[in-house]
Write a protein that binds this ligand. Structure first.
Ligand code: ADP
Ligand code: MG
Length: 387
């Protein structure tokens, strides 16, 4: 398979500025989306997500850059392929169903050129796949939000597009339905030979759904990565904060060795030695253990059912927000030992990630008589002779 066939959608240096806008809505975006990939564009409101979808669909012309679909250039300085010739289906945020057409007629809308029998068969198949069989004769206003969404998806899939674009597909659904529809959509899309670009401002949705996440901030794509890497190895502080609760624990580095309230660590991959870094600590990245001389002090706890959220004050002045299993039962005011539960964290200097951090086994754990003590977990330390 050639590289061209494996890339379903390709944007190269794409920019778009609306008239009377100071800053471009989309700025120098380069993005490669693989065939049958589910790529989620995550960004806050106004970051350029909808504009990116409209550029791919052909509803906007780029000011600069190239857009290719299935290896064919659909927009550049000379060329512009109209939306209906791009093989792209778009589901708008408000679904945009035709109010005067029934469910069946809405789904059949893009199939007018098919022979009648074939059209009926395809519409029937789509209604069945989307669980809409009993609703074929209804009008959009007679449907729930979830049902309207499924009609919009069926209508977009009907002409067998190679690319399906979904703009905030769950925004109009209530929280309970949202989780159900998320699962259903993932299952459904696997049945179709289709590449999906889904746009959302909801980080949980992005992480749960995506093969890869593209984070957009102020018109730019800042990082494209797997959900795990976006969450644990964000490229910038802004991405770290966008995709989840982020604590930044300061560390002092000399050479490749650092010290922090989580313990001694080694730092890899720093371009220039930074003497002051911040370690990114997610809520589940630490464990808490009650200890009369622990470095941390519990300052708040909040019971959330499946987990308990603790706020723990560290000597560095940071209040760490962490979620623990309900079996971890700590009182406000109690001293705790705070240990990293992940062996690897990432470090930031300024706005950027500068390298990976490996915490050493000996924990800087307790403060007896104001002295920093080291608690070794029993495994042979670096100096111990082995075998
Ligand atoms: P998002 O979908 O991430 O919320 P949009 O792509 O809709 O972002 O918008 C990006 C920026 O472009 C915003 O500042 C928005 O106000 C502006 N914008 C969007 N559509 C238009 C338009 N038709 N005319 C002028 N400005 C627009
Ligand atoms: Mg939008």
């Amino acid at each position: 398979m050639s590289a061209v066939e494996r890339t379903a959608v390709e944007l190269r240096g794409v920019s778009k500025r609306y008239a009377a806008q100071a800053r471009p809505a989309v700025q120098d975006v380069t993005l490669e989306i693989g065939t049958r990939e589910l790529l989620v564009i995550l960004g806050p409101s106004g970051s350029g997500k909808t504009t990116t979808l409209r550029l791919i669909a052909g509803l906007e012309r780029p000011d600069a850059g190239t857009i290719a679909i299935a290896g064919r250039i659909v927009a550049d300085a000379q060329r512009f392929v109209p939306p209906e010739e791009r093989g792209v289906g778009l589901v708008f945020q408000d679904y945009a169903l035709f109010p005067h057409l029934t469910v069946e007629e809405n789904v059949a809308f893009g199939l007018r050129r098919l022979p009648r029998a074939e059209r009926r068969e395809r519409v029937g198949m789509l209604l069945e796949l989307l669980g809409l069989e009993g609703l074929a004769e209804r009008y959009p206003h007679e449907l729930s939000g979830g049902q309207q969404q499924r009609v919009a998806i069926a209508r977009a899939l009907a002409p067998q597009p190679s690319v399906l674009l979904l703009d905030e597909p769950f925004a109009n659904l209530d929280a309970g339905l949202r989780a159900v529809m998320r699962e259903e959509l993932r299952r459904l899309l696997r049945e179709f030979d289709v590449t999906v670009v889904l746009v959302t401002h909801d980080r949980d949705e992005a992480l749960a759904l995506a093969d890869r996440v593209a984070v957009m901030l102020e018109g730019r794509v800042v990082q494209v990565d797997t959900p795990e890497r976006i969450y644990h190895e964000p490229r910038t502080r802004a991405v770290a904060q966008l995709v989840g609760q982020a604590n930044f624990v300061p560390g002092r580095v000399i050479g490749r060795i650092g010290e922090s309230d989580l313990g001694t660590f080694t730092l890899e991959g720093v371009p220039q030695p930074a003497d002051q870094v911040d370690l990114l600590v997610r809520p589940r990245d630490v464990t808490l253990e009650p200890h009369p001389h622990g470095l941390g002090v519990v300052v708040d706890r909040r019971f959330c059912g499946a987990e308990v959220l603790y706020r723990v004050l560290l000597p560095c002045g940071i209040t760490l927000e962490t979620s623990q299993a309900p079996s971890v039962d700590l009182r406000i005011g109690e001293r705790v030992v705070v240990r990293a539960s992940r062996g690897q964290l990432v470090a930031f200097a300024g706005a950027e990630r500068v390298g990976r951090v490996a915490l050493l086994e000996a924990d800087r754990a307790v403060v007896p008589n104001g002295m920093v003590a080291r608690e070794v977990d029993g495994s042979p330390g670096p100096g111990s002779p082995e075998g």
